[in-house]
Structures are given as structure tokens and as C-alpha cells.
Write a protein that binds this ligand. Structure first.
Ligand code: NAP
Length: 251
């Protein structure tokens, strides 16, 4: 039997990048996945490409939309076993030069988004003894110039993961996080010019020195698949780092 056979899954921000790779791999492993994105065209296209079970879009900053999308997914799937909080944005700015509006926005997407999605999904997950996979980042573990507010949001997501895991343990619901290094997606492409301007080092050299190469969305999806599966039955409150050794090195 496939690792995720029959699992009913909802993935935010899954029209592109890592979320799409998660939806793809989970479907290949037997899950029934509902795609969700702020970009309805991207979600539709991804769902067709993947052969997903359906689409239920939301902007994760809008609690009403998140609740409605999760309800729609539950109706489509007949319940919910896995919530993947993947939707996230980056801001590249020296921290103390960042506008307060932009700081509020990144918190709304990267912290409040997973918070409201976990709240909307938890009743269904308790029923199925399901689990939550939160896509955090190594930016939640170490600091990086230009990524101050992003680092803060991803650290917050690790902490929400830990607390939710402990509080939910008696219900059988597991909650874990994945912390990737730089991966090959549009998000990282957008960061390259600012990083090169700030460091005066070609981004490819920086990546080669710090983590060997860019990770692939598929490699991140593998870890998410393990955490979502019954193979991870005693794993909760954890954050799994995959970064080609970046956080292991002092130089
Ligand atoms: P991406 O390529 O920018 O894709 C993110 C997807 O989420 C896009 O389809 C985006 O739509 C959608 N989205 C953005 N804001 C949203 C919102 N408010 N509500 C719902 N969907 C929204 O990003 P990615 O690199 O795949 O990143 C996915 C997750 O992995 C994020 O949480 C990110 O922080 C995390 N992560 C990424 C890396 C990396 O190196 N790429 C490393 C560590 C962690 P639009 O394109 O229309 O905005």
C-alpha cells in the first residue's frame, strides 16, 4: 500500500513551488489532495496537472476564506486527515528599515495564516486522528540579513507547532514543522538581486558555499510526506531541517 493511501489532505499555497510539489508527491503516494492558493488560475492549472481531488481557494490572511475553503475541502473529501500550512511570503529588507505595514503583512500570511487554518481544521483532525505539517524554514532557527521579519515569522511558526503538538497530544493529533534551506522556487528567485547587492557575492557562490546547492521542492515534499504518514506515528512537536548542512556549519 502507498505511504499516504486514502489520506485526505488540504495544502495552502499549493498552486506553485513547494506546495505544488507536496500536492504532487502526496497524490502520487495515494492521497486525495485539495489544492488551495490565492492565485485561482495557478491552483486550477496545478490541480489539473496533478490530478488532484479538487480545489478550494483561499487567501490565508482572510479567516472567513480559510474557514470556507477548509469546509469545502472536508465536503469534497468526506473529512480531513492532513493540513499542510505551506502558503508563505518573503520580504527582503533590512529589519529596521522595513515598513510597519509590510511587517504586519508578512505576519498575517506566515503566522496568522497557519494559526487560523489550524483552528479551522482541528475539529476535523481530532475526528480522524490526523496531523498538521507546517512549512517553516531554517530562517526560523538562525538569523539572516535582509530576512529579519521573515525569520521572526518562521520562528513563530516553529513555536506554534511545538505548543499545538503538546496541547493536542491527548487527542492523537500530531503537529510538526519542516525547515528547508534555500530551494529552487520563485520565492528564492525574487530574493537573489537583493542578496547579491547586499553581499557583493554571486548568489550561486553563496549557496554553493553554505548548502552545496539549492534544494528541490520535491526533496522538501519527501520530508512532508514522511511527517504526514503513519510512519511518523511517534513524531510530534518536531521541526525537520533539510538544508544541505547550512545550519550545521559555523563557517
Ligand atoms: P512560492 O514559490 O512563492 O509559492 C508560494 C505559493 O503560495 C504561491 O502560489 C503564492 O501565490 C501562494 N500564496 C502567497 N500568498 C498567499 C496567501 N496569502 N494565501 C494563499 N496562498 C498564498 O514560495 P515557495 O518557495 O514555494 O514557499 C512555500 C513555503 O515554503 C513558504 O511558506 C516559504 O516560506 C517556505 N520556504 C521556502 C523556501 C525556499 O527556499 N523556497 C525555504 C524555506 C521555506 P502568488 O504566487 O500568487 O503569491
Amino acid at each position: 500500500m502507498s505511504e499516504l493511501e486514502g489520506k485526505r489532505v488540504f495544502v495552502t499555497g499549493s498552486g506553485a513551488g513547494i506546495g505544488k510539489a507536496i500536492a504532487t508527491l502526496f497524490t502520487q503516494r495515494g492521497a486525495r489532495v485539495v489544492i488551495s492558493d490565492i492565485d485561482a488560475d495557478a491552483a486550477k492549472k496545478a490541480a489539473e496537472e496533478i490530478g488532484a481531488a479538487g480545489v478550494a481557494n483561499c487567501d490565508v490572511t482572510d479567516e472567513g476564506q480559510v474557514q470556507a475553503a477548509i469546509q469545502q475541502a472536508v465536503a469534497l473529501l468526506g473529512g480531513l486527515d492532513v493540513l499542510v500550512n505551506n502558503a508563505g511570503i518573503e520580504v527582503s529588507s533590512p529589519l529596521l528599515q522595513q515598513s510597519t505595514e509590510s511587517f504586519d503583512k508578512i505576519y498575517a500570511v506566515n503566522v496568522r495564516g497557519p494559526f487560523v487554518a489550524m483552528k479551522a481544521a482541528i475539529g476535523h483532525l481530532i475526528e480522524s486522528k490526523g496531523n498538521i505539517v507546517n512549512i517553516s524554514s531554517i530562517a526560523g532557527i538562525g538569523g539572516s540579513p535582509l530576512l529579519g521579519s521573515y525569520c521572526a515569522t518562521k520562528a513563530a511558526l516553529i513555536q506554534m507547532t511545538r505548543v499545538a503538538a503538546v496541547e493536542m497530544r491527548p487527542t492523537g493529533v500530531r503537529v510538526n514543522a519542516v525547515c528547508p534551506g534555500f530551494a529552487d522556487t520563485a520565492m528564492v528567485e525574487r530574493l537573489v538581486p537583493d542578496f547579491e547587492a547586499a553581499t557583493q557575492v554571486p548568489f550561486g557562490d553563496l549557496v554553493a558555499m553554505k548548502q552545496g546547492r539549492l534544494g528541490t521542492p520535491e526533496e522538501i515534499a519527501e520530508v512532508a510526506a514522511f511527517l504526514a504518514s503513519d510512519r511518523a506515528s511517534w513524531v510530534t512537536g518536531s521541526h525537520y531541517v533539510l538544508d544541505g548542512g547550512l545550519t550545521a556549519s559555523l563557517v
